[in-house]
Write a protein that binds this ligand. Structure first.
Ligand SMILES: [Zn+2]
Length: 448
């Protein structure tokens, strides 16, 4: 193993450890928008997402006789019967005035904004400027997802991107997303379903987040759990290509099932050193994965195969939860787990059914600053759903308190089900229920 790849491995390990610690401290809520990092799968099936394209400029260095980088990637994928997920931008040409940053730094392509595929090369990238490449990707059966129209940050990001311009609130973010959405819809009759924020910046001015914007768009949040390393600048091109496949080869040798249900992060563009190791590294990655019996599918297909991260799709609870999900219920937490054994709370019960439809209501509450209950802030993830549940008679709030964290009792569950589903489950004398018990009960009530 080279020192460089060893270094990357250690840095990744430290980062994951840090993320795990944050995860433990942060409370998790049910959410209509789930952050999809990977899904539970016993099958050798995975997905690859390619950010920041399409790119009409050739790979760098160019071993492909001037062919567009996006086309090189599409043809490579197709040679292995693989389907890619191209997380495209619309057009970055409005992101001026700007000046290029230091070559090799995070601002290489622009100090105030990003420019794809490069500074003053915006006309050679983006769906709006490269309709031929979008048509080609769709013809190849690849998926198109939204990396936003302009790739302007959703909000302020200190440290690395502190000097970047960012969108001024929820409305401009939604407007930007709608622009790419309708471009794909009007030009190609294609409906986008997934999105990833530029540089994963989630917070939006005014107390909102990317999850609010995606909820308004009906999108799911597409993340990734394995870094394909194609964005990483190293001393030489050869080292960059090696960093793409060597760690993957090692992981496959140690744990052949490591990529089951995995989403791999890739780049359809240049790294900070203005090179595109993905053009050569991808071939080797695809070879490794297919040699190990993996099928590479789109992220949407991966989600159809298995929607959640913590239960297998063929398990009884997985089947029940999927059925409710397909009916528009909010059965999963923001991290795309369903946690079958956790105790169902009053806030969660309201969220299960009213999660999607109460999105605008919660946003209005945040804007007005008016709390629906004495114990529920407007910004609480369940504020809108709780208000909707009480208004519809599915739940009761005594003394102006909703008690969102209290377990749901048998009487409360019966009231909820009879109001919302027109049927009452057999009244068990219980003080609480797990999520799994509730899913099974709800699915049974749905049967004619
Ligand atoms: Zn990006």
């Amino acid at each position: 193993m080279s020192l460089v790849t060893k270094g990357i491995g250690l840095a990744k390990k430290a980062k994951h450890h840090f993320q795990d610690q944050i995860k433990e401290r942060t409370p998790v809520y049910l959410s209509p928008v789930r952050r999809i990092e990977r899904v539970a799968s016993k099958e050798r099936i995975c997905a690859m997402t390619f950010d920041d394209g399409p790119c009409r400029l050739p790979p760098s260095p160019d071993h492909f006789r001037g062919k567009a980088l996006t086309l090189v990637l599409a043809e490579l994928l197709e040679r292995y019967s693989a389907k890619g997920t191209f997380d495209v931008v619309g057009d970055t040409s409005a992101n001026y005035p700007d000046k290029p940053g230091k070559h090799g730094s995070a601002s290489w392509g622009g100090v105030s904004y990003d420019h794809y595929p490069d500074f003053k090369q915006d006309a050679n990238g983006g769906a709006a400027n490269c309709p031929d490449l979008i048509a080609r990707l769709l013809a190849g059966g690849h998926e198109i997802t939204s990396h936003t129209y302009s790739h302007v940050l959703f909000g302020w990001k200190p440290l690395v991107y502190g000097r970047r311009h960012y969108l001024s609130g929820l409305d401009p973010v939604v407007e930007d997303l709608k622009r790419l959405h309708s471009l794909m819809e009007t030009r190609w009759g294609y409906r986008i379903r997934l999105s990833r924020p530029p540089h994963y910046v989630d917070s939006i001015r005014g107390g909102f987040s990317s999850y609010d914007a995606y909820a308004l768009m009906g999108y799911q949040y597409m993340a990734a759990n394995y870094d394909g390393a194609g964005w990483l600048p190293l001393a030489t091109y050869e080292a960059e290509v090696e960093a793409m496949w060597r760690p993957m080869e090692r992981l496959l040798l140690e744990t052949p099932d490591a990529f089951c249900g995995q989403i791999i992060f890739q780049k359809d563009g240049y790294n900070m050193a203005r090179r595109s190791p993905v053009a050569d590294g991808l071939d080797k990655q695809l070879q490794l994965l297919t040699d190990h019996g993996y099928r590479i599918v789109t992220v949407s297909e991966l989600l159809e195969h298995s929607p959640f991260e913590d239960v297998f799709p063929d398990s009884e609870v997985g089947t029940a939860a999927r059925r409710l999900l397909n009916q528009g219920w909010c059965v999963a937490y923001q991290d795309n787990t369903i946690r079958p054994d956790s105790v169902l709370t009053r806030g969660e019960l309201a969220m299960m059914l009213f999660g999607w439809e109460s999105v605008p209501r919660r946003i209005a509450m945040i804007r007005s600053g008016r709390a629906p209950f004495r114990d529920l802030e407007p910004r609480h993830p369940y504020s809108g759903a709780a208000a909707q549940a009480v208004q519809s008679g599915a739940a009761t709030a005594v003394g102006g308190r909703f008690r969102p964290g209290d377990p749901v009792t048998a009487v409360e569950l019966a009231q909820f089900c009879s109001t919302r589903m027109g049927k009452t489950p057999p009244l068990l004398n219980r003080d609480s229920f797990t999520h799994e018990e509730f899913f099974r009960m709800a699915v049974k009530l749905m049967e004619p």
